[in-house]
Design a protein around this ligand. Structure first.
Ligand code: HEC
Length: 340
């Protein structure tokens, strides 16, 4: 209740300033201004509302009410944007029910959609629920224009993560016994996002005791483990054989560990790897030779190692578009994500 009032207060304050911010915007500090000419109605306005409020229950992982709303295909299949027998469009009908209605979406226990978000969903559906058209290709009545003009856009976190590794979802959840064993080691094991069965493991809290023996605990969840952070841990080359079995890894932090070129020699199978941090380790150009086949690698961190410019250039030839942070000088090139 108090929260609702606070939100209302915020909205009033922002409205007085001449802008209307939706609830989502208040938390999307890093967003950019919505581009009313070029941005798409679905991708930039509607999808963020659905991902932030609906797809945790109606998404890749769960299909409450037997519907999923996380892709255009699933939304279409769900029939939630076409009128039912009573002439109501389920998606619009549900979100506009009174807050205490048993059938309101999101369910009562979850944060409400703002009035603006409800209006935007209604507008998009009334315009044909198109997944491709830009905002400017649709008819935008004044009240919608006011909302859109004040809005910002930031890509929902779950979409960013999905794109970051673009792997098909694992069929089932990771083995519970194996997960419990990892938890018992003190390492943090978590789903990568609400919407996925992929896992991340971070041993930073127990770095000193997380050694090669502990790495063995990770092998049983290799089908799910996609981010691993064992930086500053007691991991050595002795763990390389086990790490090389974690073939779903997209991100691997090994900085400030005792690993050397001997470990890299075994990493050829980590073909999905996109991010590898070897900062402060004893690797050299000879070790980088073994990374040449990691064609998905996008970022490599090798400052304070034995790696030379020549070694970096050779690897870059083998992996076009690779960003290597060497720390020798202020990098002239920016990491890919900073381009935009
Ligand atoms: C906390 C979980 C949860 C969230 C979040 C959630 N829903 Fe639901 N939804 C359910 C459950 C459970 C049902 C099935 C029970 C029911 O019909 O009320 C359902 C049913 C529905 C249905 C009816 C499906 C049918 O054909 O019977 C629609 C439409 C719907 N949700 C849309 C949405 C939209 C749109 C959002 C986001 C604005 C949303 N839901 C958020 C749990 C959720």
């Amino acid at each position: 209740m108090i929260l609702d009032r606070l939100t209302a207060l915020f909205l009033v304050v922002f409205c007085l300033n001449g802008f209307v911010f939706t609830q989502q915007d208040l938390t999307a500090a890093e967003g950019r201004k919505l581009d009313l000419k070029a941005d798409k109605a679905y991708t930039h306005v509607i999808e963020p509302i659905l991902v932030n409020n609906c797809t945790g229950c109606h998404g890749a992982d769960k299909a409450k009410g037997k519907i999923r709303l996380h892709t255009p295909e699933e939304i279409t299949k769900s029939e939630s944007i076409i009128a039912d027998g009573a002439g109501d469009i389920p998606m619009i009908f549900r979100v506009n029910l009174p807050d205490d209605d048993e059938e309101v979406m999101p369910p009562e226990s979850k944060p409400r959609l703002s009035a603006e978000q409800k209006k935007l969903l209604g507008w998009w559906v009334s315009q044909g629920a198109d997944f491709e058209k830009t905002i400017s290709e649709l008819s935008v009545p004044d009240d919608i224009n006011v909302i859109l003009t004040g809005m910002s856009y930031s890509e929902p976190k779950q979409i960013v993560i999905k794109k970051a590794f673009s792997l098909p979802e694992p069929a089932g959840a990771a083995d519970a016994v194996a997960v419990a064993a990892i938890e018992k080691s003190g390492a943090l094991i978590m789903p990568l996002a609400q919407d996925t069965k992929y896992l991340s493991v971070n041993a930073i809290n127990v770095a000193k005791s997380f050694n090669d023996e502990k790495v063995k605990l990770l092998v049983p969840v290799k089908g799910h483990l996609t981010w691993l952070d064992v930086s500053r841990s007691a991991v050595t080359d002795g763990a390389a054989g086990d790490i090389s079995q974690l073939t779903m890894l997209t991100k691997l932090h090994l900085e400030n560990t005792a690993v050397t070129d001997n470990a890299l020699q075994q990493f050829g199978k980590l073909s999905k790897l996109e991010y590898l941090n070897l900062y402060g380790t004893d690797v050299s150009d000879a070790g980088l030779e073994h990374l040449k086949n990691l064609k998905n690698l996008k970022k490599l961190y090798v400052w304070q190692t034995g790696v030379t410019e020549a070694g970096v250039n050779k690897l870059k030839e083998a992996i076009p578009g690779l960003y290597v942070n060497t720390g020798w000088k202020a990098p002239e090139e920016k990491p890919p994500e900073a381009k935009k």
